[in-house]
Design a protein around this ligand. Structure first.
Ligand code: F6R
Length: 263
């Protein structure tokens, strides 16, 4: 895993946008795995800016989001469908009929999960997957205890996740209890995974997933088993890492060798 510690959240957004641009320039028809939540918003803003100034085109790209709440209409202001349209899709040149999210409104959730897995497979698999991390170590909505081999399925959100997400809804009671999420096994099949973490509230989860054991109690720790992961952290999120100095040294050497920031 490449651990990149940057001074602030803005630098994390810019570096993440650099990686998107690098992948989409090489593969204009790239399949992009996207996340919602507070963390990637700065990256999406930077991508919108670059798209509107002609630095990156998404016209041929396909996207798959990690997750969606069960029971919210997709037009609900807090659905992840609304989030993606408001924060990215409606501002860029992407073909929205190739922007996929699981449907939390489906009558047959199991069938919907199966359909979503099949769609990802038919698209040729995810080239670049962006992840945030929950304060409990979740990725997607794979809460602690999730099988590290899990596929897209329905999950019950923990109280902690619902509390964390209450800021978007106004009250914890309004946060849905269930979501459809790509499984940890589904996520691990992406070619390149970039996890973004900002702020001290993520420091413990970051320490556990990078330096702790691989355990289903910290689902993000499964990323240690993937050969191509970049963790982009701001200083706050990196606070509790024991080997911070070493990661910084490696980063200096690697940037000098490669002449670019992220490969
Ligand atoms: C969102 C997702 C979640 C979030 C995580 C962090 O699609 O899958 O895993 O990435 O809950 O959320 P924020 O960024 O709001 O702290």
């Amino acid at each position: 895993m490449r651990v990149v510690i940057l001074p602030d959240s803005q630098s994390v957004s810019i570096r993440a946008a650099d990686i998107f641009c690098f992948v989409v320039e090489q593969y204009p028809d790239a399949v992009l795995g996207l996340a919602t939540g507070g963390t990637p918003i700065g990256t999406y803003q930077e991508l919108i800016r670059r798209n509107q100034t002609g630095q990156i085109r998404f016209a041929e790209a396909t996207t798959f989001n990690l997750d969606e709440y069960v029971g919210l209409a997709r037009t609900h202001p807090q659905s992840y469908w609304s989030f993606m349209h408001n924060n990215l899709f409606s501002h860029i040149d992407i073909a929205t009929d190739r922007c996929y999210l699981p449907s939390g409104e489906s009558d047959d959730i199991q069938e919907e999960c199966h359909r979503y897995e099949e769609l990802i497979e038919q698209s040729g698999g995810i080239d670049l997957q962006i992840l945030g991390i929950g304060s409990d170590g979740h990725i997607g909505f794979n809460e602690p205890g999730s099988s590290l081999a899990s596929r897209t399925r329905i999950k019950a959100l923990t109280q902690r996740t619902r509390q964390d997400n209450a800021r978007f809804f106004g009250s914890i009671d309004d946060v849905p209890q269930l979501a459809i999420t790509m499984g940890v096994g589904t996520i691990l099949e992406a070619e390149l995974i970039v996890l973004l973490a900002t702020g001290e509230s993520k420091a413990e989860a970051v320490k556990n997933f990078i330096e702790g054991p691989v355990t289903s109690m910290v689902p993000a720790s499964a990323l240690q088993m993937h050969p191509n992961v970049i963790a982009l952290l701001d200083a706050g999120a990196a606070t509790l890492l024991q080997r911070r100095d070493y990661y910084n040294e490696v980063e200096q050497i690697q940037s000098a060798l490669e002449g670019n920031h992220f490969l």
